[in-house]
Design a protein around this ligand. Structure first.
Ligand SMILES: *Cc1c(COP(=O)(O)O)cnc(C)c1O
Length: 215
């Protein structure tokens, strides 16, 4: 696959769902990918990328940003509170707001700095013990608390259990967003982004289908 193949598949999935393809943003997940794979995607004009780790992104992206304008970087992986300050200047969005302590830390930093990345609350739709995220039953209260702290929460994110049909999880995420008046749905990866689009995804996070398998 390639960037243009994925863009074509997104446009097709949007058409089938009766949606405008412009309502779906493609996050090219560049984590662990070598420069020889990422550079061609930048040269094709793509500007929205996702990374999982703060350290890795901080090591790679300043040099690429010096060569390519208007790069938008989204953090997809877990965020430790002691890395939160570093994230504020590096990323334009965080998809992993997953606990009250992180919300409080981000709120304090946002007040101090005067700006904050766009935030997605990660919901553990499968209630998997090993997985990060707010439990579905706690989502409404958590979203209300984050809003009360003036955090710019615009959407929700989920990573469905690997062995399950993702549809029920995508639908659950869409329902939680709807009843909380949130517009953005970060869901769908290489294996299931067309399904996610059918369920209303506004941000699909596609890595290996664009860049190839990670070693
Ligand atoms: C790695 C990762 C992706 C991309 O996964 P692929 O299967 O390579 O498309 C998407 N979202 C998150 C949170 C990830 O960690």
């Amino acid at each position: 696959m390639s960037l243009t193949d994925i863009q074509t598949r997104i446009a097709q999935a949007a058409r089938v769902a009766g949606r405008d393809a412009d309502s779906i943003r493609l996050i090219a997940v560049s984590k662990e990918q070598p420069e020889t794979r990422v550079r061609p995607v930048l040269e094709q004009g793509h500007r929205l990328f996702g990374e999982n780790r703060v350290q890795e992104a901080a090591a790679k992206w300043p040099a690429w940003r010096a060569q390519f304008d208007n790069v938008e970087l989204h953090l997809l992986g877990p965020l430790q509170t002691n890395k939160a300050r570093q994230v504020m200047g590096l990323f334009q969005a965080i998809h992993s707001l997953d606990r009250p302590k992180l919300a409080r830390t981000l709120a304090r930093l946002a007040q101090e700095i005067g700006t904050c990345p766009q935030l997605f609350v990660q919901v553990n739709t499968g209630a998997e013990p090993q997985k990060a995220g707010i439990l579905p039953d706690d989502a409404d209260a958590f979203i209300a608390d984050a809003r009360a702290m003036d955090l710019p929460v615009t959407g929700l994110m989920c990573i469905p259990p690997v062995d399950e049909d993702p549809v029920a999880h995508f639908m659950m995420l869409a329902q939680i967003a709807e009843r909380n008046g949130l517009q953005d749905l970060s869901m769908g990866m290489s294996a299931d982004f067309t399904t996610a689009i059918a369920c209303g995804a506004t941000h699909v996070r596609v890595g290996s289908a664009i860049f190839g398998a990670r070693d």
